[in-house]
Design a protein around this ligand. Structure first.
Ligand code: SF4
Length: 106
């Protein structure tokens, strides 16, 4: 005799398998997004590197509510990529910060 509907045991087995996938995740989905790095100064002159250092540019701001992405000097290049700055030469992390921070007008 042909069976039209899955048995209760079959349904419970499939549910358990889906539950395990939900808990363990699936390959390729559990990797965290790579951190954006905007620290390559190899194309800069020593003077530009010195300015970058003197203004204490950092890749990740420790100043609450202040970061390059909210700075008037920031020149964004797109989502999740390094931008540029009117003051500090070289790649600029949107999450970065330096002493020349000036808030964008609201
Ligand atoms: Fe970032 Fe400083 Fe340039 Fe502002 S001036 S965008 S805080 S590096």
């Amino acid at each position: 005799m042909k069976k039209d509907h899955p048995s209760r045991r079959e349904i419970l087995g499939q549910s358990a398998a889906l539950g395990a996938l939900a808990v363990l995740g699936t390959p390729g989905c559990s990797k965290p997004a790579p951190q954006l790095s905007c620290s390559d100064v190899s194309g800069l002159t020593p003077a530009d590197v010195q300015i970058r250092t003197a203004l204490a540019y950092v890749e990740v701001s420790m100043e609450n509510g202040k970061s390059c992405s909210t700075c008037l000097q920031f020149l964004p290049a797109g989502p999740a990529v390094c931008g540029a700055c009117k003051v500090v030469k070289g790649p600029i992390n949107p999450r970065g910060y330096c002493k020349s921070f000036a808030p964008k007008p609201v």
